[in-house]
Design a protein. Structure first.
Length: 520
C-alpha cells in the first residue's frame, strides 16, 4: 500500500489514487501589448508550456490560462487570470507554472494576495525565471521583494513616460494625433511632427464653424454633412451632433496646441481623468497652420454649450453591448414615453445613418419569453431543476483552456486547407461563446439564486414566466441582432433562434380614447 504524500501532490495522491495520481498542472501566460513580436511571444509561450506539461508523465494538463495584450497592473482586466484563480479555489488545479513574476502581475498587492490565497490552498506557483516555488520557506520574503521590484519597474516606466512627455510638451515636440483637416507625419523616430492642412477636409471644418455661428444646431449640421456626402476623419459619411461639437471645441483649428487635457491618475489602475488643474498644461501658440481664424473661434466659443446634455450615466443595463443592428452599431437604452426603449446607436446620431426602428424593452422581453420557453422548456413546461442544472453546468465549466489547446493541436495537424479553415472557424466561434459566457457570470449567479427561491416556493411555469424580466433573461440571452421586426438570438447553449418582435409599434391609448370607452 502506498504511503500518503505531503503537500499538493500528496493530497491529490491520497484522494485520487484509485483514479489518477497525476498532478493537475496549469500554466499562466501574459503579454502586455498586441504588437507582432509580442503575439509571437504569446504563441511561443503557449506551445512551450503545452509541450512541457504533456512531456511530464506525472502531470496532467489542467489548462493554459492566458491574457493577450493586457497590462499586469490591474487584475480586473485579466479574465484569464481571474478564471485561473477561480479554478484553483474550486479545487480543479494542483500546480501553476508561470514564466516570471512580472508576467504573473506587476502589482505588489495583487501578486502577494494571489500567491497567499493559493498557498492557503496548498497550490504552489513556480516562477521559471526566478527559479522560485511559492511554497518554499524563503518564498515569502523573496516574493515580496521581487514583486515590489516589478511594481516599482512599472511605476518607473510610467513616471519616465510622464516626464518625457512633459519635456517634449515644453519643447513643442508634441505627439499630435490625426484629426479632421490635418495630415500628420514625422521627420524621424524622435523628431517633431510635421502638420499640414488637408484642403478637402479643411472645407468640412470651415463649413461646421460657419453653420454653427449662423445658428444651426449640432444635429442639423451633422445631417447636412451626411446629405452633402462630406466624410469624417475616418473617411466615412457618418456624423453625429457629438462629432460636430468635438470639432467646435478643438483649439488645434486655430493653430494652437494644448497638452495634457487628460492625465493618468493611477499607474496601477490606468484610470484617465480630465485635467482640471491637477497636472501642468502647456499651450503652444502657432504650433501649426490654422484652419479657423481666432475671431471665428472666439465667436463659436461664446455661444452657449450645455455639457450636462452630453454626459454619460455609465450605467450597464441588461442588454447593453449585446443588442446589435444590421448596420453594425450597438443598440443603446433611452427613456421614451415613460418606457425604456433600445435605439440603434447610429440612428440616435442621425436618422440619415440608419433607418432602424427602436424597440421598447417590455416588448423585447415579452417577445423573448415564448422563445425562451420553447428553447429551455419541455412540452410547454419549465423544470426549475433542469434550468438550475443548465446554468450551473455553464457556471462550473472548466474546460475552456484544455479545449482551446485541443482545437489548436488539431488545426496544426490537419493537412487539408478546407478542414483547417473549418476548425479555425469553429475555434473562433467557441472563443466568442466562451468570452460571452465568462463575462455573464454575475447575471447567471443572480438567476441561480432566483431559481432556488422559486424552487422553495414551488413555483409553476406560469409564475416563472410572469417573473422573468430583462435582468433574469440575460442569464440565458448572450447576444442578439435586430433586423426590422426580427431578432436573431444567441442563447447560452450556443443555439440560435429567430424571434418576431410583436407589438413594437403599438402605442398606449390616449386618455381621451379610454374615457370614451368607459362612457360606452
Amino acid at each position: 500500500m502506498k504511503q500518503p504524500m505531503t503537500g499538493a501532490a500528496g493530497r491529490l495522491s491520497t484522494i485520487e489514487q484509485t483514479d489518477s495520481p497525476k498532478l493537475r498542472v496549469a500554466a499562466y501566460i501574459r503579454v502586455s501589448t498586441t504588437l507582432d513580436i509580442q503575439e509571437n511571444s504569446f504563441e511561443v509561450q503557449e506551445r512551450y508550456y503545452t509541450d512541457l506539461i504533456r512531456s511530464n508523465p506525472d502531470w496532467r494538463m489542467a489548462g493554459i490560462y492566458a491574457d493577450n495584450g493586457v497590462s499586469g497592473t490591474c487584475k480586473e482586466r485579466r479574465t484569464g487570470f481571474q478564471r485561473l484563480m477561480r479554478h484553483c479555489e474550486e479545487g480543479k488545479i494542483d500546480r501553476v507554472l508561470c514564466k516570471s513574476l512580472s508576467r504573473f502581475a506587476r502589482n505588489t498587492l495583487d501578486t502577494l494576495d494571489a500567491v497567499r490565497r493559493l498557498k492557503d490552498l496548498g497550490i504552489p506557483v513556480f516562477f521559471e525565471k526566478e527559479n522560485l516555488d511559492s511554497l518554499s520557506v524563503q518564498s515569502e520574503f523573496v516574493l515580496s521583494t521581487i514583486a515590489a521590484i516589478a511594481q516599482e519597474e512599472s511605476r518607473s516606466i510610467s513616471e519616465n513616460t510622464r516626464v518625457a512627455y512633459k519635456h517634449r510638451s515644453a519643447a513643442g515636440q508634441l505627439p499630435m494625433v490625426r484629426i479632421l483637416g490635418y495630415r500628420v507625419s514625422r521627420a524621424g523616430k524622435h523628431g517633431p511632427p510635421t502638420v499640414a492642412i488637408d484642403p478637402d477636409e479643411a472645407k468640412t471644418v470651415r463649413f461646421i464653424y460657419r453653420s454653427y455661428i449662423n445658428g444651426a444646431r449640432f444635429t442639423d449640421i451633422a445631417n447636412d454633412l451626411i446629405d452633402q456626402g462630406w466624410r469624417n476623419v475616418h473617411g466615412e459619411i457618418v456624423w453625429s451632433g457629438a462629432m460636430v461639437r468635438a470639432v467646435l471645441l478643438n483649439e488645434k483649428y486655430t493653430g494652437d496646441y494644448r497638452s495634457q487635457k487628460t492625465y493618468t491618475a493611477d499607474y496601477l489602475t490606468h484610470r484617465v481623468k480630465k485635467n482640471r488643474g491637477e497636472v501642468e498644461q502647456h499651450v503652444i501658440k502657432n504650433h501649426h497652420e490654422a484652419i479657423i481664424d481666432r475671431k471665428t473661434w472666439n465667436e463659436a466659443q461664446l455661444l452657449t454649450f450645455h455639457p450636462h446634455a452630453w454626459r454619460s450615466t455609465g450605467n450597464t443595463y441588461p442588454f447593453t453591448g449585446r443588442l446589435h443592428c444590421t448596420c453594425g452599431a450597438n443598440y443603446q437604452r433611452s427613456n421614451s414615453q415613460s418606457r425604456f426603449r433600445w435605439m440603434c446607436g447610429k440612428r440616435k446620431m442621425s436618422r440619415k445613418l440608419c433607418d432602424a426602428e427602436g424597440v421598447f424593452e417590455d416588448v423585447l422581453v415579452e417577445s423573448l419569453k415564448p422563445a425562451f420557453l420553447a428553447r429551455f422548456g419541455k412540452l410547454g413546461q419549465l423544470d426549475i431543476k433542469a434550468l438550475l442544472t443548465g446554468l450551473k453546468t455553464v457556471q462550473d465549466f472548466d474546460n475552456v483552456e484544455r479545449r482551446r489547446v485541443m482545437l489548436k493541436r488539431q488545426i496544426a495537424t490537419v493537412s487539408s486547407n478546407s478542414a483547417r479553415e473549418e476548425l479555425e472557424a469553429r475555434l473562433a466561434s467557441q472563443e466568442h461563446l466562451w468570452n460571452l459566457q465568462e463575462q455573464d457570470r454575475s447575471w447567471r449567479a443572480e438567476a441561480i439564486e432566483w431559481l432556488k427561491g422559486m424552487e422553495d416556493r414551488r413555483a409553476d411555469t406560469a409564475q416563472l414566466m410572469n417573473a422573468l424580466d430583462a435582468a433574469l433573461l440575460r442569464a440565458w440571452f448572450l447576444d442578439g441582432t435586430i433586423d426590422g421586426d426580427r431578432l436573431t438570438v444567441l442563447w447560452l447553449d450556443g443555439n440560435q433562434d429567430e424571434v418576431r418582435l410583436e407589438g413594437n409599434r403599438k402605442k398606449p391609448a390616449r386618455k381621451a380614447d379610454r374615457k370614451g370607452e368607459n362612457e360606452l
